[in-house]
Design a protein. Structure first.
Length: 142
């Protein structure tokens, strides 16, 4: 990218069409379901596995622009997330982030949220600070 004069910009996290440069958080969650079953001749119950859900990912970023190019870049990422939700149906896209063995996966977008905080400074009519949060589900059969 090269938007900053003080460091080389490398995408910290890429989610399909969305590139997040820094100021980001990523988390992963896996849900496992069990049924409690009695076994004849035994006291108590045993947990019997019934299924494991695909991984759920959450990515959030508080994007603060240092110049006009970054303002436009950040707005483009919010627009790319929105456009992904408008696909019919939203397709699976690659998630690539640090700790790749844990966080690399193909995901489908479940929701996105973006906000501009009160009193955020503007570059013309565009905000220099904007948040973006994505909820994602791993693309694999249950």
């Amino acid at each position: 990218m090269g938007m900053s004069a003080h460091h080389i910009d490398v995408a910290w996290c890429v989610v399909g069409p969305v590139k997040i440069m820094y100021h980001s958080n990523i988390s992963v969650n896996v849900s496992v379901q069990y049924d409690a079953r009695s076994v004849f001749g035994s006291h108590g119950q045993y947990a019997v596995w019934t299924g494991t859900e695909p991984r759920s990912y959450s990515v959030s970023s508080n994007m603060v622009a240092a110049n006009a190019d970054e303002v436009q870049f950040n707005l483009d990422q919010v627009e790319a997330a929105y456009n992904w939700t408008q696909e019919n149906p939203p397709g699976c896209q690659k998630l690539k982030a640090p700790a790749s063995r844990i966080f690399d996966a193909y995901v489908r977008i479940e929701s996105y949220d973006s906000s501009i905080e009160e009193a955020t400074h503007l570059d013309g009519t565009d905000p220099i600070q904007i948040t973006l949060s994505l909820s994602l589900k791993e693309c694999r059969p249950i």
